[in-house]
Design a protein around this ligand. Structure first.
Ligand code: DGP
Length: 130
């Protein structure tokens, strides 16, 4: 028997549609070291830091990955980008520089299905990334 699909073509049982740990952090149900919050984004320190400064910026409006930006609202996406730049500035990273990473999908090892920008800084970063 075929599975019932939602309007977006997904089965209601797809795990990607379930709440993520970042939904819990936004709701204040999961503790996190929050460094910034406004009406559009939240930023908190990564639990497994890969650089002296490693912060995740998450829009309060859910998308699963940056791949959804093709159909996202420009206002939401713009606020997300402004949030990333604001957080980097407030963390004092502007002068020396920093990297912004969107792991997207399986090959990029995206593990949390809620879009998030990694801000990495505080040391010289290697290139190419692994
Ligand atoms: P990604 O591979 O791009 O999906 O990275 C997800 C990141 O989220 C990973 O670097 C670890 C971080 N992370 C996972 N769970 C938690 C959590 O409960 N708290 C915090 N602060 N970070 C988390």
């Amino acid at each position: 028997m075929p599975r019932r699909l939602t309007r977006r073509g997904r089965s209601r049982y797809d795990s990607a549609m379930e709440k993520t740990i970042f939904d819990g952090i936004i709701a204040g149900e999961v503790p996190a070291d929050v460094v910034y919050r406004d009406e559009h984004v939240i930023a908190f320190r990564d639990i497994n830091p890969q650089a002296p400064v490693h912060v995740l910026v998450v829009p309060l409006e859910r998308m699963e990955s940056i791949a959804e930006a093709t159909s996202g609202k420009p206002e939401t996406l713009g606020r997300f980008m402004q949030g990333i730049a604001t957080v980097a500035r407030e963390l004092g990273l502007e002068e020396k520089g920093y990297r912004v990473v969107f792991n997207t999908g399986r090959d990029a090892l995206q593990t949390v299905q809620y879009v998030h920008a990694h801000i990495l800084g505080g040391r010289k970063l290697g290139w190419p990334p692994g």
